[in-house]
Design a protein around this ligand. Structure first.
Ligand code: AMP
Length: 216
């Protein structure tokens, strides 16, 4: 299947997209991950994208489409893919439509992960990556055992540069202004999923939302 995950920063798109990849084999394609890799590698594209990312603004469509076009052109995307964090505005949605049309493809489903504002703030401000294991943790929600396991592995809890409080507020505002209008654009394909609860609970809802409608 070709799936788009919509939802505010912190809604759990990355976690759920990775789970779907494990279950079904469709690769998770995260433009945020592709951009962070370009920044880390110091490519010209990464250098150009960095300032917008640090400010919580959207990177230009030109740069994002360049990365996305390359990624979707790889063989592992032939049987389907899960877009995580893309499209972020109407113009990207139109460019995606054109890209897919050129190869005779179309989207099968758009999943919207719904999480209220207070929970998003807690998820984003608390989000950390363990430097030793690479595991995603949250200082508000991870169990004491998980946090202790990271310390025992000698890991430091690293916060993403754009998870600082001022940047988070801007990322949420950018989402409301630029990305939320996509809900209407994709109304025919849209399936809303309650994003509150444990990753397992949300994952069960995501799988149910991807089942064909009865009689379809
Ligand atoms: P994410 O990991 O999806 O939250 O993305 C992190 C940052 O990368 C965003 O705040 C943007 O600066 C940039 N970014 C990721 N995806 C896109 C996109 N589709 N269009 C523009 N900028 C993006």
């Amino acid at each position: 299947m070709r799936i788009v995950f919509l939802g505010a920063p912190g809604a759990g798109k990355g976690t759920q997209a990775r789970r779907l990849e494990e279950q079904n084999g469709w690769p998770q394609v995260s433009t945020g991950d592709l951009l962070r890799a370009a920044v880390a590698a110091g490519t010209p594209l990464g250098l150009e994208a960095k300032a917008a990312m640090d400010a919580g603004e959207l990177v230009s469509d030109r740069l994002v489409m360049q990365l996305l076009g390359e990624r979707l052109g790889r063989d592992d995307c032939d049987g389907g893919f899960i877009l995580d964090g893309f499209p972020r505005n109407l113009s990207q949605a139109r460019l995606l439509g054109e890209l897919l049309e050129r190869s005779g493809q179309q989207l099968d489903a758009v999943l919207m992960l719904e999480v209220d504002h207070g929970v998003l703030m807690k998820r984003l401000t608390g989000r950390r990556t363990c430097s030793a294991t690479g595991k995603l943790l949250n200082i508000h929600f991870s169990s004491p055992e998980e946090l202790a396991a990271s310390r025992a592995a000698g890991g430091e809890l690293i916060q993403r540069d754009d998870d600082l409080e001022e940047t988070i507020a801007n990322r949420l505002a950018v989402y409301e202004r630029q990305t939320r209008p996509l809900l209407e654009h994709y109304s025919g394909l849209l399936r809303r999923v309650d994003g509150l609860g444990s990753p397992d609970e949300v994952s069960a809802r995501v799988s149910a939302a991807l089942e064909p409608a009865p009689g379809a």
